[in-house]
Design a protein around this ligand. Structure first.
Ligand code: SF4
Ligand code: SF4
Ligand code: SF4
Length: 583
C-alpha cells in the first residue's frame, strides 16, 4: 500500500497510506514529541465501535480549511495543524451546540469526573455555565433494574447503538432521525426492560456522558452498613481487582486485591470475602457436570453459565439450546448461597439478617440476583450488586483512599481463599482454562504437567483448543462478545463444529471489560488494549498463587467434606444450581 510523509504541528511523520488524520494523530502519541500533550478531541469516535466523529470537535486545519479529522485521510506532503484559532473556534462552537441540548446537572451525574464532554468543556473554557437542568426535560427511562437512560444528556454519538448491534448482536437500542436531531431510544416503546436487552452494560461502557449509567445501588449499601441489626457481607469478583485502581489514578492493569480487602473492612463490612472461592466452587460443580455429560452421553456441547448476560441472551435468542447450558449458578450466587447457609450457621447469624453485597465488574449481575431459582438457602443468595464504579464512588464518599490501603491485606477466611484458577475467571477463556485444569486431572487421574492452556487466552473473539485425555480428544471453544457467540453457535447448530465444552462471556474480552468497570477515554482506548492489560494482571495473580487448581483449594476441600458432600450431590444441587426460562 505504501507510505505517506506529512506534518502535524510542523513535526514530520511517515505512516501507511490511507490512514485518517485522527488515527495518524493517535499513532504520533507513541512518539515523544510536543504534539503528545494535546490529542485531537473526540466525542463520537471510539476505536472498534464508531469510526466517524461528527460531533464537530474532531477537527483540524489543512491548507487553511477546517476539516473532520476522522474522515479526512492523510496525503503526501500534507500539513496538518491541530490548534489554530479557526480550529479552536470550530470546536467551541460545536461544544456550545451540544451543550444547548444537554442537561447540565453535572453535580448530580454519576459520570461526573469521568465524562468525556465535561472534560472537554473544562479544556475549552466553558467554566461559567450555570449547572441548571433543562426545562423541557424528557422522561427518564428507569424501566430496567440495571440501566438508567437519560436522553436529556444524550449527545447522539450512536456508540451505544453500534456496540449493541454489532458487538452484541442484540439491537436493543435504536435511533430515529438525522444529525443532532436524532432521538436515541430503546427498541421497545415501553422502555429498555421490555426490549431484548441482556443487561451486559456495554452501552454504558462506551457512552461518553451520563446518558446511560448503571442503576446506582450505593445508597442501599450505606443504609445496610448503618443498620446495627444487619450483618453485612461483601464479596469481590476477580476482575474488580484488575480495574478499581484506575478510578484512583493507578495505571491500567495494576492488581489492587489486598487494598480492596482492607478498604472494605474499613468501610464497615462485617465480613469481606473473595469471589475467587465461588469461582472454585463453580469449577467443582461444572467439571462434575461436564464429566457426567461426557460419560453418560448427556447433551453436548455443554456451555458455561457464569455470565448472566449470555444466559439472558440464550433465553431470548437460543431458547432451543437451554439444555446445553450448565445448571451451575454463577460464582457470586454460589458464594452468596454458602454465606447464607454455611457461614450463617458457623457465625451464629440468622440468614434473614445477612445482607450479601456483591462487588462486580458486571451490570448484568444486578438483574441476575432478581431471577427465580437464585435462593439456595430459602432467602436471596445475593441482596445487592454494586459495580467497580459504584465501589469507587462508595469509597470516595467514605474518604477511603485506595492508595493508602495495605496492598498485602487479606480477605476473610474461609471464603477468602481462592485458587489461581478462580482468579482467571475474570478474563475471556479463563473459565475454560480453570475448568480444564480440573476436568483433565479428574478424567485422567494424573497430575497435569502444564497448567497454562494458552490457546484459550487472549482477546480474540473466538478461541479453540483440543485437549487429549488418555487417547480421547476433548474439543473446546471460548467466545466473548455476543456477536462472536452468535457466530460460534450458528456453526454448532449447523453441525459444522463438534465441541464438547464452550465458554461464552457476553463482554468482549470477558469480565475485565464488563459494563461496570472504570471508563477510559477514547484516546486511551485508541492507544491501549485496556481489557488485555487488565487480564494480564489476573494471569500474573494466578502465577503467584500458592494453589492454581480449584480442586486443590484447601477451603474447597473442607467445605465439601464438612458441609456440601459430593460435587453435584443433593445439597450442592439445592444450593448451587439453577434453571432457565424461555423469554
Ligand atoms: S446492556 Fe447490552 S444488550 Fe442492553 S442495550 Fe446495552 S449493549 Fe444492548
Ligand atoms: S446514550 Fe450515550 S452512547 Fe448512546 S447515543 Fe447517547 S450519548 Fe451516545
Ligand atoms: S462477561 Fe462478565 S461482566 Fe460481562 S456480562 Fe458476563 S459476567 Fe457480566
Amino acid at each position: 500500500m505504501g507510505n505517506v510523509t506529512f506534518k502535524i504541528n510542523k513535526y514530520e511523520y511517515t505512516m501507511k497510506k490511507g490512514i485518517t488524520i485522527l488515527d495518524a494523530s493517535f499513532e504520533t502519541m507513541k512518539f515523544a514529541k510536543e504534539y503528545l500533550q494535546q490529542p485531537i478531541p473526540t466525542l463520537y469516535y471510539l476505536k472498534g465501535v464508531t469510526d466517524i466523529d461528527e460531533s464537530g470537535v474532531c477537527v483540524v486545519e489543512v491548507e487553511g480549511k477546517v476539516v473532520n479529522a476522522s474522515t479526512t485521510r492523510v496525503k503526501e506532503g500534507m500539513e496538518i495543524l491541530t490548534n489554530t484559532p479557526a480550529v479552536m473556534a470550530a470546536r467551541k462552537e460545536a461544544l456550545a451546540r451540544i451543550l444547548a441540548n444537554h442537561n447540565k446537572s453535572c453535580l448530580y451525574c454519576l459520570r461526573s469526573g469521568s465524562c468525556e464532554l465535561q472534560e472537554l468543556l473544562h479544556e475549552y473554557g466553558f467554566t461559567d455555565e450555570p449547572e441548571l437542568p433543562k426545562t423541557d426535560l424528557q422522561q427518564l427511562d428507569l424501566s430496567s433494574k440495571v440501566l438508567a437512560r437519560d436522553n436529556n444528556k444524550c449527545i447522539k454519538c450512536k456508540r451505544c447503538i453500534n456496540v449493541c448491534a454489532k458487538m452484541q448482536a442484540v439491537s436493543a437500542i435504536t435511533a430515529w432521525g438525522e444529525g443532532l436531531d436524532i432521538l436515541v431510544t430503546p427498541a421497545s416503546p415501553k422502555g429498555l426492560a421490555a426490549s431484548s436487552c441482556v443487561n451486559c452494560g456495554q452501552c454504558v461502557a462506551v457512552c461518553p456522558v451520563g446518558a446511560l449509567t448503571e442503576i446506582d445501588n450505593t445508597d442501599a449499601v450505606k443504609k445496610a452498613l448503618d443498620d446495627p441489626d444487619q450483618y453485612v457481607v461483601a464479596q469481590v469478583a476477580p476482575a474488580v481487582r484488575a480495574a478499581l485502581g484506575e478510578a484512583f489514578e493507578f495505571p491500567i492493569g495494576v492488581d489492587v486485591e489486598g487494598r480492596i480487602a482492607e478498604a472494605l473492612h474499613r468501610a464497615g463490612f462485617d465480613k469481606v470475602f473473595d469471589t475467587k472461592f465461588g469461582a472454585d466452587l463453580t469449577i467443582m460443580e461444572e467439571a462434575q457436570e461436564l464429566i457426567h455429560r461426557i460419560q453418560r452421553e448427556g447433551v453436548l456441547p455443554m456451555i458455561t453459565s457464569c455470565c448472566p448476560g449470555w444466559v439472558k441472551y440464550a433465553e431470548h435468542f437460543y431458547p432451543d439450546m437451554l439444555d446445553h447450558i450448565s445448571t451451575c449458578k454463577s460464582p457470586h450466587q454460589m458464594q452468596g448461597a454458602i454465606v447464607k447457609s454455611y457461614i450463617a450457621a458457623n457465625e451464629g447469624v440468622k440468614k434473614e439478617n445477612i445482607v450479601m453485597v456483591s462487588v462486580m465488574p458486571c451490570t448484568a449481575k444486578k438483574f441476575e440476583i432478581t431471577r427465580d431459582d437464585e435462593c439456595g438457602a430459602g432467602v436471596p443468595d445475593v441482596d445487592i450488586v454494586i459495580t467497580t464504579n459504584e465501589l469507587a464512588k462508595l469509597l470516595k464518599e467514605k474518604e477511603i483512599q485506595l492508595e493508602a490501603m495495605n496492598p498485602k491485606a487479606k480477605f476473610d477466611d474461609p471464603l477468602g481463599q481462592g485458587s489461581g484458577a478462580g482468579v482467571i475467571f475474570g478474563a475471556a477463556g479463563g473459565v475454560m482454562e480453570a475448568a480444564l485444569r480440573t476436568v483433565v486431572e479428574k478424567l485422567s487421574g494424573k497430575t497435569l504437567e502444564k497448567l497454562d492452556f494458552t490457546e484459550v487466552r487472549g482477546m480474540n473473539g473466538i478461541k479453540e483448543a483440543a485437549v487429549e485425555v488418555d487417547g480421547t480428544v476433548i474439543k473446546v471453544a471460548a467466545a466473548s462478545g455476543l456477536a462472536n457467540a452468535n457466530a460460534l453457535l450458528t456453526r454448532v447448530k449447523a453441525g459444522e463444529a463438534d465441541y464438547q465444552f464452550i465458554e461464552i462471556m457476553a463482554c468482549p474480552g470477558g469480565c475485565v471489560n464488563g459494563g461496570g468497570q472504570p471508563h477510559q477515554p477514547a484516546a486511551v482506548r485508541a492507544l491501549n488494549n485496556v481489557p488485555a492489560l487488565r487480564a494480564q494482571a489476573l494471569y500474573q495473580n494466578d502465577v503467584c498463587s500458592q494453589v492454581r487448581k480449584s480442586h486443590e483449594n484447601p477451603a474447597i476441600k473442607e467445605i465439601y467434606a464438612k458441609f456440601l458432600g459430593e460435587a453435584g450431590g443433593e445439597r450442592a444441587h439445592q444450593l448451587l444450581h439453577t434453571s432457565y426460562v424461555v423469554r
